[in-house]
Structure formats: C-alpha cells, structure tokens
Design a protein around this ligand. Structure first.
Ligand SMILES: [Zn+2]
Length: 222
C-alpha cells in the first residue's frame, strides 16, 4: 500500500511529454565539417518547449525545457524575459525561479522585453575562431536588455571599437526571419539612432592604435 502511494507521487513529478508538431531540419545535404553548426529544431504544438540540434563534430540535442520560450522568441524576432510576480525583478538571460530569498523560489512568468538595451561592460576581440577572422576586430558587450537585472553578451555592430562607452543606449537588431535559427546569434546590438560618440580622448586613441593593425591584417586574409 505504502509502496503504491510512493510510486504514484513520484510519477506526478514528471510533466507530460511535449507534442512536437513543428520540426525543421536545415542540415545541408552535402554536409561538411565546418565546426559548430545549428542544423535543426523542434517546437511543441503549444509553442512552450523547444529542442535544438547542434552539430559540432557529433550531433547534439539541446533540450531547452522551461527556457524554451526565450529561443522560440528569437525565431519570432522577440526578446522574451522572465519576471518574478512577487518582487518584480526580471531577467534576460532568463531565470525560471526568483533569486530573492524572500520570494522562496517563486516560479517566474514570461514577459516580452523591449528591443532596447544598455552597455554594462565591453571588450574588443582582436582574435577569434577561424569562421570569424574576417570580421575582426569584433566588439563584444554585456548589456542589460529592457528591465533585466542581469546582462547578456552579444556583438555590438555599427560602431568603431574605440567609440564604445559604458552605459550607452543600444537597440537590438534581428537577422531576417528566414536566416534565424533560434540562437543568440539571431540578433546583435547597435547604438540607438540618436546616439553620438563623445569627443576623441586619450583612452579612445589608445584603443584605436591597438585595433589599427588588426584592420590591416584582416585585409591580407584570403
Ligand atoms: Zn521575486
């Protein structure tokens, strides 16, 4: 009797398996080992669960579970965050439970974030993996999206590397819909339209001097 009850209880811990009705396979027919490549995904009928297929030497399945709506949002050109209904804190990248001790691991709810952000910190990459060498130097920022209490990393385009400033306002720009794969590389940051860089100073000049040889070197890549 006791044993039966325990089994029933344990079974209730598991959710019903999602019914995957939208499945895409974009693996090229003549696949070459090009390094890391997203090759497909599946989304449940109610669009709350997503699995992605990543080929990196072998095929991997990334099960996004409770975080799925963030990645499905990327396909739709949206930044989905989560928010605690008790204290109001919100997050991108998302948290499934609130981090405030007083909220007692409150389950968060989904919110659509505005496509705006603010630079928290940044760096300039003068070297990279082979697939990105021709795009060097690359500006990488950690930025707060919308009301998020945590920062998210992505590339900042449309700016000279020496012009980036802490706290500068950004917009989020998505790739065209047909090129999106539900990964963070579906979007990048750009300065907002009204933003103007501050005048040249010693620190900016230092960074400019550092990246100038990188631009020269990139021109020599075949
Ligand atoms: Zn909370």
């Amino acid at each position: 009797m006791m044993k039966g009850m325990l089994v029933t209880k344990r079974k209730e811990k598991f959710a019903d398996p999602p019914n995957f009705t939208e499945k895409k396979d974009y693996r090229p027919a003549d696949v070459k080992e090009t390094g890391l490549s997203f090759v497909g995904h599946e989304i449940s009928e109610d669009r709350t669960v997503m699995n992605q297929f990543l080929h990196y030497d072998q095929l991997y399945t990334i099960r996004h579970g409770w975080n799925s709506r963030f990645f499905i949002g990327l396909l739709d050109g949206k930044i989905m965050g989560t928010r605690c209904p008790k204290c109001g804190d919100s997050w991108v990248p998302v948290r499934t439970h609130c981090w405030n001790l007083d909220c007692n691991l409150q389950r968060t709810e989904w919110v659509e974030m505005p496509l705006t952000a603010k630079v928290h910190t940044w760096t300039v990459a003068g070297w990279s993996g082979r697939s990105s060498l021709k795009r060097l130097p690359i500006v990488l920022v950690y930025a707060f999206i919308g009301t998020s209490k945590v920062a998210m990393a992505n590339e900042l385009h449309g700016i000279h590397p020496w012009e980036v400033e802490f706290g500068m306002p950004l917009k989020i720009v998505f790739k065209p819909k047909e090129q999106r794969v539900g990964a963070v590389t579906d979007f990048h940051f750009e300065p907002v339209d009204f933003w103007k860089p501050s005048p040249m100073n010693q620190e900016k000049q230092r960074i400019k001097d550092l990246v100038t040889p990188v631009y020269e070197w990139v021109k020599t890549i075949k």
